[in-house]
Write a protein that binds this ligand. Structure first.
Ligand SMILES: [Zn+2]
Length: 453
């Protein structure tokens, strides 16, 4: 009896070990099966490191941006379309990930239950390739980004990142020493992080509206600079005696520096977070880089600079575009997506959740007040005639950079039921927001609305 007992114990131990091993393997399979099947060593779907499937990636009009046919990868025939949609579509070896990478399983026709069901897929994007081309052309030789999205549905219609290159005729990027291709693989709309400069004043204004009762009755004295905590904060000009609305329109540093100090670090931090600073949005698998605001070690002078988008403030263009969308959309931010439809050519229709979600970012009354302020920026200062027909609400930014030319920003939205689009334009090391980023936005928005100019 004793011997049988021992054998049984050994047997039970072995069974237990087997079960543990089975569970570990099972969990690993569930977690990593896609990676195993989709690994480039799998000859069934890869040939010479390239996917051997039939699939298409199209823009919102059905224009084929990329087609894959038995290992042949073919991009659109138009060079401007190839270059302007490259960061969104992606590149076959995933140097630029894009949809090609994030939707690899769907493009191949693979899922855990069915295995490789084959046939490939057609993926329709929310992008408009022609608009992307227009945005790329408007950027010229500058580095930066143009983003435009529908603030009611979350559809990104324009996502352009420069520098870019022609995938059909790739330049010698690794051997280039001119800096022309610096950061070329990065999608600057989703992955970029920039000193925001004066566009950040909209966040400071958001905090001021809700925390300073008599904000609209306030008067600010701008003599061209102000000394805070022993150090000078300069303004672009002497604005004299101005109210809150004019201070935002004319982007007065003195007024907004004083407001940031009056609001204090806790409120400034709270409202930065409310506006989405620190958030990362998931755009069909692609995660945006989080914007940054931290005044935990700031004295009053540094706090003042933080309220005008300097100090250590860093902003991701996509995050700011979403914040602009919230101002436009009565305070509800709809997070962006870039894939609208997925069809398997073997007949299996897969429903893709577009991934957009709604966030109550701003109280509706406050959002409407911010909207009125941003509309006033255009009508009273940027010149409505430049933006005729757009019903534009916007804010410029000229982000000062130590030893470099400033980044030029322009962000806002069209207050238009038929064209509910928010946008962001960043032009790196260019100069004034009004001079460089604003005309690019105007060109793209006019094209979107079918207006001349
Ligand atoms: Zn001023």
């Amino acid at each position: 009896m004793k011997r049988i007992g021992l054998r049984a114990k050994i047997l039970f131990s072995l069974i237990a070990l087997f079960l543990v091993g089975f569970i570990v393997l099972g969990q690993d399979y569930i977690r990593h099966n896609g990676e195993w099947v989709l690994h480039p060593a799998n000859m069934a779907i890869y040939k010479n490191g390239r996917l051997v499937v039939t699939a298409n990636i199209m823009d919102e009009t059905g224009e084929v941006l990329l087609s894959m046919n038995d290992g042949e990868v073919k991009y659109n025939d138009d060079r401007m379309i190839r270059e302007s949609t490259l960061h969104a579509v992606g590149e076959p070896t995933s140097t630029i990930p894009g949809v090609l990478y994030y939707f690899k399983e769907q493009l191949i026709g693979y899922d855990m239950v069915n295995g490789i069901y084959g046939g490939g897929s057609d993926i329709t994007l929310t992008l408009n390739a022609e608009l992307c081309s227009i945005a790329l052309d408007a950027m010229g030789e500058h580095k930066g980004t143009v983003g435009v999205y529908n603030y009611k549905t979350g559809e990104i219609i324009c996502m352009v990142s420069t520098p870019t290159y022609d995938i059909n005729d790739p330049p010698d990027i690794a051997g280039d020493t001119s800096g022309k291709y610096e950061g070329v693989y990065m999608n600057r709309l989703t992955g970029g992080l920039y000193v925001p400069g004066s566009v950040y004043k909209v966040i400071t204004a958001y905090a001021a509206i809700e925390n300073i009762g008599d904000i609209y009755e306030r008067e600010f004295e701008c003599n061209g600079s102000v000394v805070i905590n022993g150090e000078t904060i300069t303004c672009t000009e002497r604005h004299g005696t101005i109210d809150f609305e004019t201070a935002l329109a004319h982007s007065c540093n003195v007024a907004f520096a004083e407001l940031a100090v009056e609001l204090g670090p806790e409120i400034m931090t709270e409202y930065s977070e409310k506006a989405g600073v620190g958030e990362r949005y998931n755009i069909n698998g692609l995660r945006t880089t989080a914007s940054y605001y931290n005044v935990s070690d700031a004295d009053d002078n540094a706090l003042a600079w933080s309220g005008i988008g300097q100090y250590t403030d860093m902003v991701n263009p996509c995050q700011y575009m979403v914040f602009m969308g919230a101002v436009a959309n009565s305070g509800t931010a709809v997070t962006p997506h870039v894939v609208s439809e997925l069809k398997s050519s073997s007949g299996m229709n897969q429903s893709v959740p577009n991934g957009s979600r709604s966030i109550n970012m701003i109280e509706p009354e406050t959002a409407d007040e911010l909207k009125a302020l941003m509309r006033n920026n255009v009508t009273s200062y940027y010149s409505e005639s430049n933006y005729a027909g757009l019903n534009l609400c916007a804010k410029t930014g000229t982000a000062e950079m130590e030893g470099e030319k400033p980044h030029s920003w322009f962000a806002g939205f069209m207050d238009d039921e038929e064209y509910p689009y928010a946008f962001v334009v960043v032009v790196e090391n260019a100069g004034y927001g009004r001079e460089y980023a604003a005309p690019i936005a105007r060109t793209v928005l006019n094209a979107l609305k079918g207006l001349d100019g």
